[in-house]
Design a protein around this ligand. Sequence first.
Ligand SMILES: C[S@@+](CC[C@H](N)C(=O)[O-])C[C@H]1O[C@@H](n2cnc3c(N)ncnc32)[C@H](O)[C@@H]1O
Length: 347
Amino acid sequence: MALKKKRNLSLDKFINFSLYEKKFGFYMKKNPFDKKGDFITAPNISRLFSEMITIWAVSFWQSLGFPKKFNLIELGAGNGEMMKVLIESSKNFPDFFKACNFIIHEKSPILKKIQKKTISHNLVWISKINKIKKEPTIFIANEFFDAIPIKQFRKRNNVWFEKFVNLEHPKKAFFFEKKIDIKKLEKKINFQISKNQSFIEYSEDGLKYLRDISKVIKKNNGGLLLIDYGYNNKKMKNTLQAVSNHKFANILDNIGNVDITHNISFNLFKNFINQMKTLDTKVTSQGNFLVKLGIKQRAEIISKNESFLKKADIYYRVERLINKNKMGTLFKVMFIKNKKNKFSLGF
Ligand SMILES: C[S@@+](CC[C@H](N)C(=O)[O-])C[C@H]1O[C@@H](n2cnc3c(N)ncnc32)[C@H](O)[C@@H]1O
């Protein structure tokens, strides 16, 4: 197994290996979204989630001046459920539907296959997000950034150390640390990430996505709607976790069979975007966003003529998305846009 050749990997390289190694990576060999799968995401809890995203996207498109052609790109589309509903519900807004190039950016070949099966409408899959037509672009990312590998650093006695994994004996893998020059790192990412921190958790690829997306938004107009679990605190913290069969698992056990994720530091994302002088961000909780978009009213409408059981099921699912003790607060929605666009629906 290729694992044997790997000795010492930085944490992000290890996560990349565990999740995306061609043969046995977690996302590369099976569908984690099936009934017996490892987790469930908002679009798979209730289709109302994706319907609310459609309403938001239509209104945002209007605020961009009803462009005759624009791109709507979903980043990391999982089993394709959200894109399927986005397309279906967009048909209620014919001008929007006609103007829209529906696009998916997906890394996993097996999930791409599943997306192709789920979605009957003609759409395009792109491997690089800058390979799009130079038109206004709406990016949608639900639980995309949390699936991108992270690095971790800790400061001890004013010296920074990076977290690594020793994989010499895969069954006995362990973490260790290496001293690093934080200034060099900050020069590389062109961002003062260590300011006021004693612990750093960030994704190099995640920041690269943010930079590339920002360039598109600046040049062609548009925005990014990012939904993910995360926190607003200024101090970064260790949020690395592994999930298997809906339960927490050990990151170093059963490599390739557990999902590895983290919580997004929305403050880090905000600071990163603020550097790009012409862009700004808005953040709210998922619960607030969905309620403002009218998810409760929509639930009422669709359950009107349903049986008691079906009604209860619809409300139970909506509750799971908006309740502050469920996904309502832990999940947050971030909107990145050009400063001059004052659109704020849902925030
Ligand atoms: C946690 S899943 C979320 C799926 C979906 N958005 C949902 O809410 O059900 C993460 C998705 O992002 C994809 N992904 C992760 N890293 C990626 C990358 N660098 N480029 C494209 N897709 C990626 C995964 O394959 C998977 O489809």
